[in-house]
Design a protein around this ligand. Structure first.
Ligand code: HEC
Ligand SMILES: [Cu+2]
Length: 349
């Protein structure tokens, strides 16, 4: 070992430790910023009971894995410097070292146990049935949009889920076609929607806010998988009840002439075959989203566009151009038909 100086060793270890600590602090700073606009899909700023539990396990595993990483990198660097080839030097030859082998078997076992115990105890909480007072929601994955039903409230909506703050929600996950996966990083997830097999998850949102929590299908499901987004609005109990009352009722009937003509056009163009509008006779299609309260949503086509009159028009002119693979046909609508339909749809509060 001639030539090694304790001073250079300390320098190596010190700089590695510094790198480790600095990157950890940067990471924590990023996580703590809680900046919605910057990181809407982060799991590092959990906003539900179960998401916080999962985040706790994640942090523990992150710290352990980080310690293993820094330790192994440090040893690799130190050994390759300390025991590098030197002129005239020859490595001492020996075979086996029981104490060393016991140590390097025991340390990983302890690390794995330290990860496994909190993991399983957290899973035993999150996989319990939802509490009795939970709001029941059914989330059905369709290629490529989300249907949300509230069976106890008589509500069916699409792509935008409303929840009251501080009340558990029990989500039954279903699929109408292929496997999808329900994932709202700040609130819960991800659990697959499997055709013919109902899965369940539950969580209690803990923070009401104006910005929606963003969700995304997390299981590749075909051409527009990446466009299969959804939004979760967590509201105060009062605001949720007001929303639910309106969402459970019929559509707002059109009053203006153009919108009334749009209602007729909605039948004439065959939209009723695929879309339901509660309160419009004959509009009970089940293939596409329920449009009864379409104008109460902020986006359309599963978060692909903001729901503005110009975008509704763009969508109806050629859905395929907006969302590749989409299962709504291009109905080759005339400009006049578009005017009427946009006026009608934009009034469906
Ligand atoms: C063959 C069935 C079918 C027909 C006919 C049809 N649609 Fe659709 N529509 C769909 C499907 C499926 C979607 C969901 C598309 C997506 O987001 O992937 C959709 C989405 C929509 C949306 C967006 C809803 C939302 O909340 O995101 C609107 C608005 C709409 N359709 C209006 C119409 C109108 C108006 C007509 C008639 C001119 C019509 N549709 C005809 C199947 C159909
Ligand atoms: Cu998908």
């Amino acid at each position: 070992m001639g030539g090694s100086r304790p001073g250079s060793m300390i320098a190596i270890i010190g700089s590695l430790a510094l790198v480790g600590v600095v990157s950890f602090l940067l990471w924590m700073g990023f996580a703590d910023s809680g900046d919605f606009a910057g990181h809407p899909m982060t799991t590092w700023v959990p906003k539900s009971d179960n998401a916080s539990l999962v985040h706790g396990v994640y942090q523990l595993i992150f710290i352990l894995a980080g310690a293993v990483f820094v330790g192994i990198m440090a040893l690799t660097l130190i050994f390759s410097l300390l025991y590098r080839e030197r002129p005239g030097g020859e490595a001492r030859q020996f075979h086996g070292n029981s104490r060393l082998e016991v140590v390097w078997t025991l340390i990983p076992v302890l690390i794995v146990v330290a990860m496994a115990v909190p993991t399983f105890s957290t899973m035993s909480v999150t996989s319990k049935p939802a509490p009795d007072n939970a709001l029941k929601v059914v989330a059905i994955g369709h290629q490529w949009w989300w249907e949300f039903q509230y069976p106890e409230l008589g509500i069916t909506t699409a792509n935008e889920l409303y929840l009251p703050v501080n009340r558990p929600v029990s989500v039954a996950l279903q699929s109408s076609d292929v496997i999808h996966s329900f994932w709202v990083p700040q609130l819960s997830g991800k659990i697959d929607n499997v055709p013919g097999h109902e899965n369940h998850l539950w969580f209690t949102p803990t923070e009401a806010r104006a910005e929606p929590y963003l969700g995304q299908c997390a299981e590749f499901c075909g051409l527009s998988h990446a466009n299969m987004r959804f939004r979760v609005f967590v509201a105060s109990t009062g605001d949720f009840e007001a929303w639910a009352k309106s969402a459970a009722g019929d559509r707002t009937a059109p009053t203006a002439d153009l919108a009334k003509a749009g209602e007729q056009q909605f039948v004439a163009s065959g939209c009723v075959a695929c879309h339901t509008v509660k309160g419009q006779a004959g509009a009970a299609g089940k293939i596409g989203p329920d449009l009864s309260h379409f104008a109460a949503r902020t986006t359309l086509a599963s978060g692909t566009l903001d729901r503005t009159p110009a975008n509704i028009r763009k969508w109806l002119s050629n859905p395929q151009a907006v969302k590749p693979g989409v299962l709504m046909p291009n109905l080759n609508l005339s400009p006049e038909a578009l005017d009427k339909l946009v006026a009608y749809l934009d009034g469906l509060k």
